[in-house]
Ligand binder design. Structure first.
Ligand code: NAP
Ligand code: ZN
Length: 349
């Protein structure tokens, strides 16, 4: 065991603050990574503030990790010290269940999340990426294509895969009309991928000031969702709507924009239940579904796709000392379009 510097929260009402955490020495299948950058996902904020009522304190959040391999266990074949490597939302699963066998580890009933998951090595819960180092089984470590900026690549590990996976699952190609709701971390990646797959992309935003950015990021059209007449123009027209909103909102207004057999996929995870009117679904055989991140193989596929197509997140790089301020800005939808922590800032703690 060794000690890592980290930022943790002691309770749902405490700010993140400097701390030290234990990490295991790498076992034979483990990769030790010096963390260079970690993205700030809205899930970090939901968890730190116990909005999903499942947080164990202290919590060290962070699941968009890019870093440099520093040590590997004796059985590790795919990584060596010096490699650029990444870790996303999961660090383990049972590898025997039907989901694991299909490469869908994110649906494994025994999946271990990167933070706030049961730590079978050290006991207690896992600690995430707001830290200078992490040790992860090589199966859950990803390769970062050369040429991608590491700060902009970090958010691909959650915001990227969480939007890539449902777009692929829905078979989005040229000729399809895709809506992306909420232009934050997930949303802006959804726009980039839907555009790259050839779809006609419409962004729904509550922030009129984001219109120009949405078009620059790849949207064909932008709708201010609080304007009912703008919404009405798109009634019955979408094949897929990807809903990334993190707070209460009117999902029926979105369902009514789907064509017959259209689908709305929830990736946003507000803490309150949604209110769904039966007729929003019945009248056009529409479906409402959800999607969690993506499997390890698909995450690597997504990273390789980004490497080939030069896709990264648009990031505002911050020192870790600004993490609490970044959370307040997330709550105001004031993020362009992902905060990424430069972990060198932890050295001065
Ligand atoms: P984010 O950067 O804060 O973006 C959320 C966006 O939603 C905001 O920028 C805003 O966009 C819009 N929004 C916020 N409040 C709203 C409201 N009351 N009504 C309508 N729109 C609102 O968050 P994120 O990191 O992208 O995460 C989004 C959600 O996805 C979170 O709930 C997170 O936990 C969840 N998540 C799920 C998965 C998964 O596996 N399914 C993975 C990662 C994250 P505009 O300004 O454009 O309106
Ligand atoms: Zn996330």
């Amino acid at each position: 065991m060794y000690t890592s510097k980290a930022y943790s929260a002691a309770s749902a009402t405490s700010p993140l603050a400097s701390t030290q955490i234990p990490r295991r020495d790498p076992t034979e299948h483990d990769v030790q990574i010096e963390i260079l950058f970690c993205g700030i996902c809205h899930s970090d904020l939901h968890s730190v503030r116990n909005e999903w009522a499942n947080t164990v304190y202290p919590i060290v959040p962070g699941h968009e990790i890019v870093g440099r391999v520093t040590r590997v266990g004796s059985a590790v074949t795919r990584y060596k010290p010096g490699d650029l490597a990444a870790v996303g939302c999961m660090v383990d699963s049972d590898r025997t269940c039907p989901s694991c066998k299909e490469g869908l580890e994110q649906y494994c009933p025994n999946q271990v999340l990167t933070f706030n998951g049961p730590d079978k090595h050290l006991g207690g819960v896992t600690y995430g990426g707001y830290s200078d180092s992490i040790v992860v089984d090589e199966h859950f470590v990803l390769r970062v294509p050369s040429g991608l900026d590491p700060a902009g690549a970090a958010p691909l590990l959650c915001a990227g895969i969480t939007t890539y996976s449902p777009l692929r699952h829905s078979g989005i190609t040229k000729g399809k009309k895709v809506g992306v709701v909420g232009l934050g971390g997930l949303g802006h990646m959804g726009v980039k991928f839907a555009r790259a797959f050839g779809a006609h992309v419409v962004v729904f935003t509550t922030s009129p000031g984001k219109t120009e950015d949405a078009l620059r990021l790849g949207a064909d059209e932008v709708v201010v969702s609080r304007n009912a007449s703008e919404m009405q123009k798109h009634a019955g027209s979408f094949d897929l709507i990807l809903d990334t909103v993190s707070a209460d909102h009117d999902v029926n207004a979105l369902l009514n924009l789907l064509r017959r057999d259209g689908n709305l996929t929830l990736v946003g995870a507000p803490s309150n239940p949604l209110n769904v009117a039966a007729f929003s679904l019945i009248l056009a055989r529409r479906s409402l579904s959800g999607s969690a991140i993506g499997g390890i193989a698909e995450t690597q596929e997504m990273l390789d796709f980004c490497g080939k197509n030069g896709i990264t997140a648009d990031v505002e790089v911050i020192p870790i000392q600004k993490a609490n301020e970044a959370y307040e800005r997330l709550l105001k939808s004031d993020v362009k379009y992902r905060f990424t922590i430069d972990m060198a800032s932890l050295k001065s703690e």
